[in-house]
Write a new protein. Structure first.
Lengths: 406, 314
């Protein structure tokens, strides 16, 4: 195997398909070498509704990115997942510590984790993530329970699952282009990796990725994922609301949102109007700025309130020390952080891309999922490389021969 | 333990990694069709290369089966019928056959070319031997022989070549051997592979060669050449039929020295016919050559001049 490998990060959104190609060098570092973006077709709210059109859009974006990267071929991709079909549930595993000296052994850890994961799904659903919450020994959170003395060991598992058919559709689109899918990653988890720090996640943070068709969210506590979720509402719905409320065409409504959209009221003069087209052409008309802001504010506030309701008791300002971080294309709306602060009762901010993202175009919040996937790639490929090295050593070989897991 | 990447265990819910690909035809984008076609063509190319290689191997095998002579092994080759000799010296086929001593009926392919070459060269008379098989049953031998420039006294005649190699000579004419001067003053060191090389023979060969070609009358009277003073005094001492000791120096051209010797001998014969000459020293620089006459020779001159070195002016 070459020491340099090309792995892609693909996000198939409602409005855009984004492809980022990372060059993975010597299993240690990752450089962004290609970027392709294409108007999305055949994909609604994260689900493929027209396979052929979706394939054309995705394959065009992949081809563009590969060309930018120097006519390379990607080895595999990490694929972001979103959509209302994604759901999650919590299951706990509890076990008494078996050793006579009361010390936790690796066998106890494996057993309790297996218990936490062992919950069946309906036939038509498949697991996307099984996210471990912190271990507790006799109710106390511990980072690494092995060797700690106690009576009871417990761990929680947040399982993210989705409709098998929809997952398969997404995978098939990539595999149709002769590229393998190495991993599926829920969009919120990917975005959260780039807009939050490990300290944020330790203190507790809620990340909302407000895209065009969906709003993905993830709540962290004690450094681990507590809850994830997806709302089938996003920036497109703001545009639809403007279109219906102001009798505008879809394109005009989108322009209004981009030019004059605000998530909070700023218009002082109720009579202030703005031109729809702004080119002074015949047929152009004016609409109330206040009406625009009212419509958008209402929808944005509704999104946040629905998220808060979905989180339920899992969310509390006391356990969310790092506040709320907003990302995604819709997060660029002026004043959106203020609305989030008002609804959630904790400070909110629009997340920024990390410093290692040098290209200005990629620092836009709409690319946070793709960038997050690249961070995932780096983390996981390093772990895989480390696991391969340990398996290939004598200890690894002996371990495999005598029943070790691969 | 990491989140969500491992495959589902027997008690765990099904993971997305277990999803199998649908097999029924799906609508593909034009790009996907092109890429798939490219992959199929690449696969077809590799299969084609493999098939061509397999077919070529089959054809070679079949051809070999039909024409076994093409790859005949050593055991199936014809026995050696003849040794074809090509030499620049005096050695003949009998000598070569006697030297090689091949067993009766040996196959041509069984002949060890390298061992045969070593056997031919180890005597010393052969400088280089080149052997080649000429199928189906002839061994071609090409020899380059050394030429003797002197000989060494002993129980049997030993030749000395220009490069100092000492060897037993075979096939030389008696007259030629008799005409060679003896080499004295040289330490002959017998070794496992014959005799050791004699140092300084290139100088001797030059003197003898010059004499043989340019002063044949003198060369024919050369009886011995001594290397005793070569290393110390840089001179060669030659015993001639009529001169007991002629000293040749290395600083001057041998041809000039031979010319002077010839002149001196001619003068002496004219002025002192029948007088014996003890020594002529051509190695002394300058125009005068010391000559010592033999005191026991009949005197034709004044007795006061006997045993007095004479100096011939050049």
């Amino acid at each position: 195997m070459s020491s340099n490998r090309y792995i892609g990060a693909i996000e198939m959104g409602t409005s855009k398909v984004n492809v980022l190609i990372g060059q993975f060098e010597l299993s240690k570092s990752l450089h962004i070498v290609g970027f392709g973006e294409c108007q999305s077709h055949g994909i609604m709210k994260g689900s493929v509704v027209d396979a052929k059109r979706a394939g054309e859009a995705v394959h065009a974006a992949i081809a563009a990115a590969e060309k930018v990267a120097g006519d390379i071929r990607m080895e595999a991709v990490y694929l972001a997942q979103t959509g209302a079909h994604l759901d999650g549930f919590y299951n706990a595993g509890v076990s008494s510590i078996s050793a006579t000296d009361g010390r936790v052994r690796s066998g106890d850890i494996e057993r309790v984790w297996a218990l936490a994961k062992a919950k069946n799904l309906p036939e038509d659903r498949s697991v996307v993530h099984q996210l471990r919450r912190p271990f507790r020994v006799d109710g106390q959170i511990v980072r690494d329970p092995e060797g700690i003395v106690g009576e009871k060991l417990e761990v929680g598992c947040w399982t993210v699952h989705g409709q098998t058919a929809r997952l398969r559709d997404n995978i098939n689109i990539i595999q149709d282009f002769q590229i393998s899918v190495r991993n599926l990653v829920v969009s919120s988890l990917a975005s959260a990796r780039v807009v939050t720090s490990p300290l944020d996640r330790q203190q507790g943070v809620l990340v909302l990725d407000i895209g065009a068709g969906t709003t993905d969210f993830v709540l962290y506590r004690d450094g681990a994922v507590l809850v994830t979720g997806v709302l089938p509402v996003g920036g497109v719905h703001l545009t639809n609301d403007l279109s219906l409320g102001l009798s505008l065409g879809e394109g005009e409504a989108e322009l209004m949102k981009i030019r004059h959209g605000r998530a909070t009221f700023a218009a002082r003069d109720r009579g202030e109007k703005v031109w729809v087209d702004g080119s002074l052409s015949l047929g152009d008309r004016q609409v109330s700025r206040m009406a625009i802001e009212q419509i958008i504010t209402a929808r944005v506030r509704e999104i946040f309130e629905v998220v808060l309701k979905k989180l339920g008791n899992a969310f509390s300002p006391e356990t969310t020390g790092a506040g709320v971080v907003l990302t995604g294309g819709t997060a660029k709306l002026d004043g959106i952080a203020d609305v989030a602060t008002a609804v959630f009762g904790v400070p909110a901010r629009v997340g920024e891309a990390p410093a290692w993202v040098e290209k200005q175009e990629l620092r836009d919040p709409r690319h946070s999922t793709g960038l997050g996937l690249l961070e995932y790639i780096l983390m996981h490929e390093r772990e895989l490389a480390g696991a391969r090295r340990s398996r290939s050593g004598l200890g690894g070989i002996l371990g495999t021969l005598f029943g070790g897991k691969k | 333990m990491k989140d969500g990447r491992q495959f589902a265990g027997p008690d765990e819910p099904r993971s997305w990694r277990e999803l199998s690909r649908k097999t029924k035809p799906r609508p593909l984008s034009a790009r996907a069709k092109r890429r798939r076609l490219g992959r199929v063509l690449r696969l077809a190319f590799y299969l084609g290369v493999f098939a061509a290689g397999a077919f070529a191997a089959y054809e070679v095998h079949s051809y070999w089966k039909r024409n076994p002579n093409l790859f005949r092994t050593a055991k199936e080759a014809k026995p050696l019928r003849e040794i074809e000799l090509n030499s620049d010296g005096v050695l003949d086929r009998d000598w070569v056959s006697g030297r090689l001593r091949f067993p009766e009926g040996i196959a041509l392919m069984e002949v060890d070319i390298d061992a045969a070459r070593v056997r031919l060269e180890e005597g010393g008379q052969v400088e280089t031997a080149v052997l080649a098989r000429k199928f189906p049953d002839v061994l071609v031998v090409r020899l380059r022989e050394r030429l003797p420039v002197a000989k060494i006294k002993g129980e049997r005649a030993l030749m000395v070549a220009r490069d100092g190699v000492v060897y037993e000579g075979h096939g030389y004419e008696r007259g030629m051997v008799d005409g060679l001067p003896f080499l004295t003053g040289a330490g002959i060191v017998p070794g496992d592979a014959g005799f050791g090389k004699i140092e300084g023979m290139d100088v001797v060969a030059e003197l003898l060669g010059t004499a043989n070609s340019g002063a044949d009358n003198l060369y024919r009277s050369f009886r011995e050449v001594s290397l005793a003073r070569l290393a110390t005094d840089h001179v060669l001492v030659v015993k001639m039929a009529e001169v007991e000791r002629v000293t040749f120096g290395l600083r001057e051209d041998f041809y000039r020295q031979l010319a002077r010797l010839d002149l001196i001998l001619e003068e002496l014969r004219a002025k002192n016919p029948g007088a014996g000459i003890k020594s002529v020293d051509l190695s002394v620089s300058g125009s005068q050559v010391p000559v010592l006459l033999d005191e026991s020779a009949p005197a034709q001159t004044d007795s006061s001049q006997r045993n007095q070195p004479r100096f011939f002016q050049q």
